[in-house]
Write a protein of this length. Structure first.
Length: 169
């Protein structure tokens, strides 16, 4: 009994346990806005000495399937060889990383889509990913997919994955 109660408490209070209401995916005529929660921290740290070169330290992104193709877009931070450790606010972390759109190829590799208008910003305890431009909105949402998958990965923590319905306006 005590073990079951302990497991329930751990699942309830685990940082990985995210309430789906904390996520949102809204697609309008001129932009898509996708929002996800972040763990509150006084300081974010990146390019840490314990991270191997070329390893991804952070991932806060969205995956959508449209017209039989899979796309992933959002925020990424890889530790480049020789990179100096960094620390700061969530906005500082986002500034240090990459905002990109990737398409899964037939070989199952992800290839970057050059020139995509993907923007990422912090807003309180949330990260907001915005996609603008008719071409990118058509590429991602023309068949009106019903859901997206958010993924969040911090260094030394388990990946969080959450499927959320898309609201079209």
């Amino acid at each position: 009994m005590h073990i079951v109660l302990l497991i329930c408490l751990l699942l309830t209070y685990s940082p990985a346990a995210q309430d789906s209401a904390q996520f949102s995916a809204v697609v309008g005529k001129s932009e898509a806005s996708l929002s996800l929660p972040v763990q509150p921290r006084d300081r974010w740290r990146w390019n840490q000495p314990g991270t191997r070169d070329n390893a991804r330290e952070y991932r806060m992104d969205v995956t959508v399937k449209n017209d039989g193709k899979e796309y992933t877009f959002g925020f990424y931070l890889w530790k480049h060889p020789g990179a100096s450790p960094g620390a700061g606010s969530l906005s500082d972390l986002i500034s240090a990383g990459q905002k990109s759109l990737f398409q899964r190829s037939e070989s199952r590799l992800m290839t970057i889509v050059r020139g995509a208008d993907v923007r990422v910003k912090s807003k309180g305890d949330r990260v907001v990913i915005t996609v603008r431009g008719e071409k990118d909105l058509q590429r991602l949402f023309s068949s009106r997919p019903t859901e997206v998958i958010f993924k969040i990965k911090y260094p030394d923590e388990a990946e969080i994955s959450q499927t959320i319905p898309i609201v079209y306006q």
